[in-house]
Design a protein around this ligand. Structure first.
Ligand SMILES: NC(=O)c1ccc[n+]([C@@H]2O[C@H](COP(=O)([O-])OP(=O)(O)OC[C@H]3O[C@@H](n4cnc5c(N)ncnc54)[C@H](OP(=O)(O)O)[C@@H]3O)[C@@H](O)[C@H]2O)c1
Length: 433
């Protein structure tokens, strides 16, 4: 058997601990699959004295990253510390020292993909990142290898488990956003500061990575239009349910001509659709390929062992030599683009859900219909529950439109919000049929 594959972990928190555990508990299985022993030689942490959920042999634990660079028997550095500044410096240093890199860090890839992939190519080393998108779901390999005969034409994905957990709790138990978030935090599905999860940033980072593999576009996360779930209200979930839909935070990519539109937003998905049935903290990615048609990948999008499963799969691929071949051919984040350019989602055609709080008075509905008609948008259905007799307060009016261009719909909403009978800013979601 070939020599052992020497491995260093930089970071031993949730993901790193899972990797240590898996390497320790399944040595025979992993050696059989890798054709080499996977040998853990260093674990770099911040605080050597910290109590860890997994036992790390003391002689492996260090707070000195340099010891990784100077050990010639370490072939692979697993960056599992998170963040972008120090993580990037360490990834670049590891590549320059001739190490391959495995990372679970979507923020790093989305922010600095071009720079670190260029550095890897210059050093003739490989970067693997299966764990960076959807945790334990093998979507990177599926896209880069198993679906390599396809041009992907659409991606619709639930990529943030925290948001999906919150939306599921709101829909199934009718609880408000704040209660669902508090429950997610109590159960460990949300960070103390959940901003990046609930405002769509985390999903945008992951979509940027998928878009690089599927379309060759190097989208910066801030170039991806993004709306989070913080303002999703129980009333809209109730109306969605009544109309036969679920609200899901979707990361979407649509190809039209030589362009691709990317966005993250809460979207109404038909209850019978597979994505609507993805519950709790699970992730799912629905891909359409021009050869295969529609495919769905689903599984745990985070967590200690699911994420470790992906990190260790990357280590096995490096040990076997598969990862190096794929990396060489895929030319990710290189200057060789495949001709897709990013366009704003203004031109994307969709159906829309529009909820207005309207004073129930003669002419108000006609004004709303007129504003929609001015943009060429026709109404597919309309729901207005009867207001109690003598009620002078605003009542909800829900309109489902036929297909319209997003830009035209947005223009209509601006006009509607200015109407005298409208008492609150309109709430709208695109509807996926
Ligand atoms: N958690 C998940 O389910 C999950 C899923 C997919 C991807 N990821 C990604 O995986 C990465 C790690 O996430 P995590 O949840 O495992 O993070 P975590 O639990 O916060 O662990 C971070 C680890 O990095 C170490 N660290 C931080 N700064 C360091 C520094 N300057 N020098 C040395 N070590 C340092 C910490 O050391 P100490 O232990 O000494 O503090 C800790 O062991 C992130 O990029 C994350 O986005 C996580």
């Amino acid at each position: 058997m070939a020599d052992a594959l020497g491995i260093a972990l930089v970071g031993c928190g949730t993901v790193g601990s899972g990797v240590v555990k898996l390497l320790r508990e399944q040595p025979e299985r992993l050696t059989r699959r890798a054709g080499r022993v996977l040998e853990l030689r260093r674990v770099v942490v911040q605080d050597k004295l910290k109590l860890r959920s997994v036992e790390v042999p003391l002689h492996l634990l260090t707070d000195d990253f340099q010891t990784v660079l100077t050990d010639p028997q370490i072939e692979v550095v697993c960056e599992l510390m998170g963040g972008t500044t120090t993580a990037k410096a360490r990834v670049l240093a590891a590549l320059a020292a001739g190490k391959h890199v495995v990372t679970a860090n979507k923020a790093l890839l989305a922010d600095a993909g071009p720079e670190i992939f260029e550095a890897a190519r210059n050093a003739n080393r490989t970067i693997c990142f299966e764990a960076a998108v959807a945790g334990g779901v093998p979507i990177i390999r599926a896209l880069a290898e198993s679906l390599a005969a396809n041009q992907v034409t659409a991606i619709q994905a639930i990529l943030n488990g925290t948001s999906n957990f919150i939306l599921t709790a709101m829909a199934e138990r009718g609880i408000p956003y704040s209660d669902a978030l508090a429950e997610a935090q109590r159960l460990g599905f949300a960070e103390a500061d959940p901003t990046l999860d609930v405002d769509g940033s985390d999903a945008a980072h992951k979509l940027a990575i998928l878009a690089q593999i599927a379309f060759g576009v190097a989208a910066k996360p801030h170039e991806i239009e993004r709306v989070g779930i913080e303002h999703v209200e129980a009333i809209d979930i109730r109306f969605a349910t009544e109309l036969g839909y679920a609200i899901k935070l979707l990361a979407e990519a649509w190809v039209a001509g030589g362009h691709v539109a990317l966005h993250v937003a809460p979207v109404m998905v038909r209850k019978t659709d597979m994505l609507a049935q993805v519950r709790g903290s699970f992730n799912a990615i629905q891909l359409v390929g021009d050869v295969v048609g529609e495919t769905l990948f689903q599984g745990p999008g985070a967590g200690m062992m699911p994420t470790a499963s992906s990190v260790v799969a990357d280590l096995i691929d490096l040990a076997v030599g598969r990862a190096q071949k794929t990396f060489e051919v895929a030319k990710l984040w290189s200057k060789e683009t495949r001709g897709f350019s990013i366009e704003p989602s203004e031109k994307v055609r969709s159906r829309f859900y529009l909820r207005l709080m309207v004073i129930d008075q003669p002419g108000s509905l006609a004004d709303v219909c007129h504003a929609l008609a001015e943009q060429g948008i026709s109404i597919s259905s309309l729901v207005q529950h009867e207001a109690p007799e003598g009620n002078s307060l605003a009542v909800p009016l829900v309109i489902m439109t036929h297909y319209a261009e997003t830009g035209k719909f947005r223009a209509a909403v601006i006009a509607i919000d200015r109407l005298p009978a409208i008492r609150e800013p309109a709430v709208s979601y695109s509807v996926d049929d």
